[in-house]
Design a binder for this molecule. Structure first.
Ligand code: AMP
Length: 398
């Protein structure tokens, strides 16, 4: 009977999960699932290892009003007969995505009481995300206390940043109490970097900018497979615009909101996480597909601004790297947004980046126009596979 690793990725309004069988040196995907729209119009989609949809259930709001409740739906399903038949093995361990690992965790860690306490203590640095990541850890501790659990941190891949890149120009005592440029989306960046090592080893040793453009968006400068800088920093608000987050803004705007609009921390937090970005600027939607289909000038402005800001930050990270050997697109928009990819590359032509329209439309891996020079690549991310790899490595599962 195969040993199975479950990988759980609990986000702000969704839970993604996959089950992998340990097969020789590799991991074989047996099942994947997505419970999205938590608290609203929740939907559970289950696919087999080949990606075929097996189940597409709409859940009542009462069934999944919160991530904690949705976690119970997922946990019950995973321990039920249908999942057991699909998975076809014995669950040996569970790996979790944890957004914040602070300054201490530079790699994944086995969760014991002490590690759990340290993860919990970091909640103040990611108050919206860390509790959602903790929910499945706590639930599985109760459900199956004998199962080893591993925490994989979104910050860990960035822990090798230089002291220069790690700082804000503010008094050092704040740095010492944890106000640092951590960087996020690290599990995705690590996966894409490893994949580059397989498909383009020479490029993987060079200067690479990875654009993780999904619900959350950030860019990462990678040199020889290691993160050297990233656009997200202390929180997942910094950097380039996102669906509902603004990316970097003048901190004076926060003071303005406090003074002129009498907004408190909770109101500003809601504003910055949920009412800005593409949604705020367009006044229409956070979804690129909706904006691309809209004839409204504000929809066009939002997309133009998105491209402008990303191209600007690509230039900044190219400066950090001293040049660029490849730009790699990943995540929902990066993998599917054909038009946006073309526009971002067009705005980066000055770096020697050029796109082949046919390769772009066909969603190939190498989208570059020329056979030589800096490459433009598209590499689908797989955070759950990266979580499962870490889980296997930490536990030495064979
Ligand atoms: P993710 O967080 O990686 O699942 O990405 C989700 C985002 O991908 C959505 O908010 C959409 O804006 C975007 N997306 C999905 N499909 C497409 C598409 N065909 N074209 C452009 N953007 C897309």
């Amino acid at each position: 009977m195969h040993e199975i690793i479950l990988a759980l990725n609990a986000g702000s309004s969704s839970i993604k999960f996959q089950a992998f069988a340990i097969a020789g040196d590799g991991l074989e995907r047996r099942v994947s699932g997505l419970l999205e729209g938590i608290g609203n119009a929740a939907r559970l989609v289950i696919r087999d290892g080949a990606g075929r949809i097996l189940r597409d259930d709409h859940l009542s709001t009462a069934a999944a009003p919160s991530v904690e409740a949705a976690e119970t739906v997922v946990g019950d399903w995973l321990l039920g007969d249908e999942a057991m038949q699909l998975i076809g093995g014995r669950i040996a361990a569970i790996g979790h995505r944890v957004v914040h690992g602070g300054a201490d965790f530079s790699t994944a860690a086995k969760i014991d009481d002490e590690v759990l306490a340290r993860i919990t203590a970091l909640t103040h640095l990611a108050p919206l995300h860390q509790p959602k990541n903790l929910a499945p850890i706590l639930a599985w501790r109760q459900r199956r206390p004998e199962l080893p659990q591993i925490a994989c941190f979104d910050t860990a891949f960035h822990r090798g940043h230089s002291a220069l890149a790690d700082r804000f120009a503010i008094p050092d005592e704040l740095y010492r109490e944890g106000v640092r440029r951590y960087g996020f989306h690290g599990i995705s960046y690590e996966y894409v970097s490893e994949k580059l090592g397989e498909i383009a080893p020479a490029i993987a040793k060079g200067r690479v900018i990875i654009a993780h453009l999904g619900n959350g968006c950030s860019l990462c400068a990678v040199k020889d497979g290691r993160s050297v800088d990233s656009t997200m920093s202390f929180t997942a608000l910094d950097g380039i615009p996102m669906g509902t987050r603004p990316g970097a803004i003048d901190p004076g705007i926060v003071l303005y909101l406090m003074r002129e609009k009498a907004m408190d921390a909770a109101a500003i937090e809601k504003f910055l996480y949920h009412q800005c970005g593409l949604k705020g600027l367009s006044g229409i939607s956070n979804d690129v597909r909706v904006l691309e289909a809209s004839a409204e000038p504000q929809a066009r402005l939002a997309l133009d601004h998105f491209v402008y800001r990303i191209a600007k930050e690509i230039g900044a990270l190219a400066a950090v790297l001293g040049g660029i050997d490849a730009l790699v697109f990943t995540a929902g928009i990066g993998e599917n947004g054909t038009d946006l990819r073309a526009r971002i590359v067009a705005a980066s032509n000055w770096l020697g980046l050029h796109l082949d329209p046919a390769a772009n439309a066909a969603r190939q891996t190498d989208l570059s126009a020329a056979a030589t020079g800096p490459r433009v690549l598209m590499v689908p991310t797989d955070e759950e596979l990266m979580i499962a790899r870490h889980t296997r490595r930490i536990l030495s599962l064979t």
